[in-house]
Design a protein around this ligand. Structure first.
Ligand SMILES: Nc1ncnc2c1ncn2[C@@H]1O[C@H](COP(=O)(O)OP(=O)(O)OP(=O)(O)O)[C@@H](O)[C@H]1O
Ligand SMILES: [Ca+2]
Ligand SMILES: [Ca+2]
Length: 579
C-alpha cells in the first residue's frame, strides 16, 4: 500500500529519516534510543510560509509563542500548521512547494470573479485593531464595531487578501468558509459569526473575539501533561461541537489544537472551534476525495482519497493522544514520513505515561485512532464512551450514522435482518448504552416503538441552514419515507448496530459464535449459492461456486458460520479475495 500521492508531496532539503518513537512535545527529550533520530541536519519545518516580517509579530500564534525549551531544540515545532502542500499548490496555483503565498498578478488570475456579494461597508462599520493571529490564508485582528447595537464591542476580523485567491477553487473555498460558518452558528463551542465584508483587496470575516489563545499554546504552557480530568473537559467540548457539525453534514477537515481557541484566559473558559477554511459539506452516504488537512492530524483514509466525517474523529484521536500523554502519536521528520506513519505505524500506548492512565482513557483513544474508519467511533458514540461517563455537561446528540445503518438494514434481505437480530441479542447492557440513548432521542411512543417518520421530525429539530446545504435533510427524508414497520428497541438495536465496530472488540468471537447459534435456531435456512451471491451483491464476474462454497454448510445447505459473518457485513464483491 503505497502513498497515493507520494510524488506530489515534496520535502525539499529534508532527509528522509524517521523516528519510530513519538516525539515528546513537553519537557526535555528522552535520551536517544536505538532507532530514534539523532539531531536532524535541517532547520525547522517552516511553520507558516509567511514573510519573515510577520514571524516576530506580537501575534498570539503557535509559532511565536512556542516555549523557549522548544525552540532551543532543532526539532520541528509541535504542529507546523502545514497543509498538505500538493493540495495547496493546486488550490492556490502556487508552484513553490513550501510556499502558500501566491505571487500577485499571476496569469491564472485573469478572468477570475473575486466579488463575493458581501457588504462593502467594512471600514465604515468596523475599526481594525492589532493583529491577534495568523495562518496560511489570512491574518486575524481585533476590531471594534463603530455603530449600531453593538457599538464599541470588541470583535475579531479574519482578513483574507484577494491577492492570495489566484484560482477559482481558492475563491470557492473562501465562499464556502463564510457559508459554513454563518450557517452553523449557534453552538456554544463554535466561534460566533457576525458578518462578512469585502473591498477591492480583502475579504473580512467578522466574528467573536476569543481572548484565551489557542489550545495548542495552553498544552505547551503546561509543564505537566493534562490530567485525565483536564483532558476530558477539553475533549467533551471538541466532541460536542464536532458532533453538531457532523449532524449538519459539515466535515471540518482541519481539526488541530491551533484551531481551537479559548474565549478567555480563565482556566475554565469555553473552547471554540475556528477556521472552516478547509471544511466541506458531506452527505452520510457520500465520500470526499481531496487530500486536505494538516499532516500530523490527517486520517489514513484521507490519504487514500475516500473519506467522510470519520476523518475528523481521527484528528480528535490525535488531539486526545497529545493531551493525555504529551507526545504525538505519529511522528517523523518529513511530511511523507508522517504520512507513512499514519498509514502503517501503530501509536504507542505502552510507554509512560500510558500504564498510569486509566484503561478507559486508552480504550477511548484507541477507538478513535483505529485505521479502519468503519471501526472508528463517531462523535456521538465517543460522547457515550464509558471514559466520559458521569462527566458534567454531556449532552448526547442524535447520530446521523444511525440513519445510514437503519437504511441499510431496512433495504437488506430478511435473511440478513435475521442475522443482525441474532447478533444484536448478544450485546451486553454496557454495549447497548449508546443504542438505547439513540433510541430514546428518536422519540419512542408509549408502547416503546419509533415510527419511520420520527427519523425526519427529530432531525428537523436540530436543523440549521447547513443541514439543507449538505442535503442531510434529503437523506433523512429518504429514511423516514421507507416503507417499514415501527421499530422496538430490540429491532432498532439490530438495525442500528455497527458490525464493523463490534468486530473490532476483543469479545467479537464470542458475539459471532453466540449470534450464529441463535441465528441457526431462529433464522437460518437453506440457500442456493446463486441466491447468496446476489444477497452479497456479487457480480457475474466473480466465480461464486469457488468463493462461496465454504459459506454454505454441506450437510443441510444452510449458511455456515463463515457465511453468517459475511452476511452480517453485507460484503460486496470488492472484499472477496481473488481466486
Ligand atoms: N475569533 C478569533 N479570535 C481570536 N483569534 C483568532 C480568531 N480567529 C482566528 N484567530 C487567530 O488567527 C489565527 C489564524 O486564523 P485561521 O486559523 O482562521 O487562519 P487560516 O489562515 O485559515 O489558518 P491555517 O493556516 O490554519 O489554515 C488563529 O490560529 C488564531 O490564533
Ligand atoms: Ca487555522
Ligand atoms: Ca484555514
Amino acid at each position: 500500500m503505497g502513498l497515493c500521492h507520494g510524488k506530489q508531496i515534496q520535502s525539499p532539503g529534508f532527509q528522509e529519516e524517521e523516528s519510530p518513537e513519538p516525539l515528546p512535545i513537553n519537557g526535555d527529550a528522552p535520551p536517544p534510543v536505538a532507532g530514534t533520530p539523532k539531531q536532524p541536519k535541517f532547520p525547522f519545518y517552516s511553520p507558516s510560509p509567511l514573510p519573515s516580517s510577520y514571524k516576530n509579530s506580537p501575534a498570539n500564534s503557535s509559532v511565536t509563542s512556542t516555549p523557549l525549551r522548544f525552540l532551543k531544540r532543532p526539532f520541528p515545532p509541535p504542529s507546523p500548521a502545514k497543509h498538505i502542500k500538493a493540495l495547496l499548490a493546486r488550490r492556490h496555483g502556487s508552484v513553490k512547494p513550501n510556499e502558500a503565498s501566491i505571487p500577485e498578478g499571476c496569469e491564472a488570475e485573469l478572468g477570475l470573479d473575486k466579488s463575493f456579494g458581501f457588504s462593502k461597508q467594512f471600514s465604515s462599520k468596523y475599526e481594525l485593531g492589532e493583529e491577534v493571529g495568523r495562518g496560511h490564508f489570512g491574518y486575524t485582528c481585533s476590531a471594534k464595531t463603530k455603530k449600531g447595537d453593538m457599538k464599541g464591542e470588541e470583535l475579531a476580523v479574519k482578513v483574507i487578501p484577494k491577492a492570495k485567491m489566484t484560482t477559482a477553487i481558492a475563491i470557492e473555498d473562501v465562499r464556502r468558509e463564510v457559508r459554513i460558518l454563518s450557517a452553523l452558528s449557534g453552538h456554544k463551542n463554535l466561534v460566533h459569526f457576525y458578518d462578512a465584508c469585502e473591498d477591492e483587496d480583502n475579504v473580512y470575516i467578522v466574528m467573536e473575539l476569543c481572548k484565551g489563545g489557542e489550545l495548542l499554546n495552553r498544552i505547551l504552557s503546561r509543564v505537566e501533561k493534562y490530567s485525565e480530568e483536564d483532558a476530558k473537559v477539553v475533549i467533551v467540548q471538541i466532541l460536542s461541537v464536532v458532533a453538531f457539525c457532523h449532524l449538519q453534514g459539515v466535515v471540518h477537515r482541519d481539526l488541530k489544537p491551533e484551531n481551537f481557541l479559548f474565549t478567555s484566559k480563565d482556566e475554565n473558559s469555553d473552547l471554540k472551534v475556528i477556521d472552516f477554511g478547509l471544511s466541506d459539506f458531506v452527505k452520510p452516504d457520500e465520500r470526499l476525495n481531496d487530500i486536505v488537512g494538516s499532516a500530523y492530524y490527517v486520517a489514513p483514509e484521507v490519504l487514500h482519497r475516500s473519506y467522510g466525517t470519520e476523518g475528523d474523529m481521527w484528528s480528535i484521536g490525535v488531539i486526545a493522544y497529545i493531551l493525555l500523554c504529551g507526545s504525538r502519536p505519529f511522528w517523523a521528520r518529513t511530511e511523507s514520513g508522517i504520512f507513512r506513519a499514519v498509514l502503517k505505524a501503530e501509536p504507542n500506548f505502552e510507554e509512560a505515561p500510558w500504564p498510569t492512565l486509566s484503561a478507559q482513557a486508552k480504550d477511548f483513544d484507541q477507538r478513535l485512532l483505529n485505521k479502519d474508519c468503519r471501526k472508528r467511533m463517531t462523535a456521538a458514540q465517543a460522547l457515550s464512551h464509558p471514559w466520559l461517563k458521569n462527566h458534567h455537561d454531556i449532552k448526547i446528540p442524535i447520530d446521523i450514522v444511525i440513519y445510514k445503518h437503519v437504511k441499510a438494514y431496512i433495504c437488506s434481505s430478511s435473511l440478513r435482518k435475521a442475522a443482525l437480530r441474532a447478533i444484536a441479542k448478544t450485546l451486553t447492557v454496557p454495549q447497548l448504552v449508546y443504542l438505547r440513548e439513540q433510541f430514546e432521542l428518536l422519540g419512542p411512543n408509549k408502547g416503546g416503538y419509533i415510527l419511520m417518520q420520527n427519523f425526519k421530525t427529530v432531525l428537523m429539530r436540530y436543523s440549521t441552514d447547513a443541514m439543507k446545504d449538505s442535503r442531510v435533510v434529503d437523506f433523512a427524508n429518504i429514511v423516514s419515507s421507507l416503507q417499514y414497520r415501527k421499530l422496538d428497541l430490540e429491532e432498532f438495536a439490530a438495525a442500528a448496530l455497527s458490525v464493523y465496530q463490534l468486530e473490532s472488540m476483543d469479545t467479537w468471537e464470542q458475539h459471532a459464535r453466540r449470534g450464529f447459534e441463535l441465528f441457526d435456531k431462529e433464522g437460518n435456512r437453506p440457500i442456493m449459492i446463486e441466491e447468496l451471491a446476489s444477497e452479497l451483491g456479487l457480480g457475474p464476474s466473480v466465480p461464486v461456486h469457488v468463493v462461496l462454497q465454504d459459506w454454505i454448510r454441506h450437510s443441510d445447505g444452510k449458511l455456515s458460520f463463515l457465511g453468517f459473518v459475511k452476511l452480517l457485513h453485507g460484503v460486496s464483491s470488492r472484499s472477496i479475495p481473488k481466486v
